[in-house]
Each structure stands twice: as structure tokens, then as C-alpha cells.
Design a protein around this ligand. Sequence first.
Ligand code: ATP
Length: 349
Amino acid sequence: MAEIRLKNVSKRWHNFVGVDNFNLDIADQEFLVLLGPSGCGKTTTMRMIAGLEDISEGEIWLGDRMVNRLEPKDRDISMVFQSYGLYPNMTVYENIRFPLRVRKVPKALHHEKVMQAARMVELTDFLERRPAALSGGQRQRVALGRAIVRQPSVFLMDEPLSNLDAKLRVSTRAQIKNLQHTLKVTTIYVTHDQIEAMTLADRVVVMNKGVIQQVGTPTEIYDNPANTFVASFIGSPAMNLVSGDIENGTFRGPGITIPGLQTDVKGSVTLGFRAEDASLISEGGELGAAIYSMELLGEATMASFRLGDQLVSIKSGKEYRAEIGDVVHAAIPASICHLFDARTGVRIA
Ligand code: ATP
């Protein structure tokens, strides 16, 4: 069993707090994604789990062992980095075999294990090449092969796709998902790319400035963001956020009036709604404004509007056509709206 438990884990350097009181239980075989902007503490959290970074406070448990003082090599964890970390003088075969040698796995087992890993990452035709003679995608597959060869109880992956081009990223992403499903290894995956997080994760941990903002399944985080930070980080486009005032269940903001909100909240709020939940209509509705820009997305059309200093996007069918400057209307029913505290950003309804 490879459950991982982080209890009140913090990392400080002098006065700077890199990770602040991180608490989380990761289930055996779970695919957990740490997501957040640059500098939010994702890599530090992962390095503490791997044992590459001392922790300032708290406890890390792998299964029933508290591992705070355990050397990285004794933690039964394999890591995959953005930079691949391959040995340039070794062939693909030797790179994949390396962890077996380090861990003194009996030599008689090496060939079978290397070939099995190489088959899983589709590298059997490249075993005699050195890394310099491989493409970026092939190098990343060697790094994956090296991580899976000794069947660890935990995989840690730090932005493993970020050096690949967009197309390769999509296919390698699918391969990682498939490998994790097949091998059933508890995986912690770090990324700042919310699409990667949404497509790979069983659960996502959204972090900002060293602090967990929300933990949930991709759907929970998308449908019910805990605060405006999460709302503005998840989704493409991110959730529309509009400042305004609410009284007697009616929200009023620049160019937008939404009655019928089921809440007793009064005063300044931030209203949120997703581009695909609203719709463009010929007249009436909750919003009437001039189109600021139009984007053809292939499967849909995106119209955006400037409301005060905020840009709001609304998705429409791929046949929808209008020009920049045309005044159009939108239906934004109360049932699709989220409300956040104007000061703290915390969700209130
Ligand atoms: P990125 O996506 O850019 O890799 P991240 O979310 O992984 O970012 P971390 O690398 O965990 O962020 O860094 C978290 C914070 O801790 C950053 O502000 C970073 O500058 C700081 N930090 C990291 N290592 C050290 C160190 N050795 N000394 C002081 N501060 C550090």
C-alpha cells in the first residue's frame, strides 16, 4: 500500500515561507496533481515527499512509515523531471537499467525488466541509441521507462511534459495516464498547466503562495471553485468574474443586471459564471453590450465584452457570427452564477 500523508508540513527559508501548513491524505493508487502558478510551492512540496528537501515542520508518512528522516533512496519513490535527467554516455537500454543496478536487483532479472519497461514506453527500436540521438519525446519516454522499471510504490513527476511541443504533449499525456492506470502506482504530478491537471488527475490540489486553495476532483474544482483564485485559474477561458453590488437577490454590475439570486447577501460581491453556461440571444437577457472581440475556436465561437475594466467571454455555436462593435444580448440566468466575497474572494453562494 502506498498511501501518502502530509501533516502540517511547512518549508521555510529564513523568513520566507515556501509551503505553509500543508495537510493532505493521498490514497493508494491515486493520481494527484499539484497545480498552481510559478513559485506557489509545488516543486518544494514534491521534493519534501521525495526527501530531496528537509522539511521545517510537520510529518510525511508513506504507508505506515514516518519518513521525515529517511534518505531519498530508501523511500521507494521514482521521479521524472522536466529535464529528463538521462545519462548521456549510456544507451537507452543502460539508462532504463540503471535503477536496477543501483538497487542491486539480481542481474538475471535485468533484461526481462528492461524489455518490459521499454515495451510499455514504446522504445524497443531505440535501445542501442544514446540520448543525444533521440527526439525530446523519445527522451522523455526513456525517463518514464527508467521510472517504471523497478516498480516503485510512488511516482513523482515534475512538469514532465513542459519541454515537449503541443502535439507531443497531448499524446505523452495520454501515455502517462495509461501507464499509471496499468501500473496502479500512487502518482503525484506537478504542473502549472490546468488542462494537464484536469485531464490527468483523480484529484487536484490548487496552490497559491505556498497555501492550498482547494482540493477536489477536476469536476468539483471546475464546477464549484472555493474562491476567485481557483475560479480564475481553472478553465479555458477562466470563469468570468464581474464586480458589483447585490441587494434583495439582484446583482448589478456594469452593463449587467441579474435578478433571482437565492441569497441574503448584501453589498459588494464578485459574480462569477462560465462562458459556456451563458448564451447569446437576440434581445432581452441580463447583459446588453457591444462586442469587444470575436474568436473562432473551430467547435465554437467566443464573443467577449468589456464590462468596466473586466473582460467577459460568452461561448456560442460555431455558426454564430457578429462583428466587433455590434450590440448584442446575453442570457446569464441566476442558476449559473457563483458569488464570491468582494474582499476575501471566498465563495459565498
Ligand atoms: P515553478 O512552477 O516555477 O517551478 P513552484 O510552484 O514549483 O514553481 P517552488 O519551486 O516550490 O515553486 O518554490 C516555491 C517558492 O520557494 C518560490 O518563491 C521560490 O523562490 C522559493 N524557494 C525555492 N527554493 C528556495 C531556496 N532554496 N531558498 C529560498 N527560497 C526558495
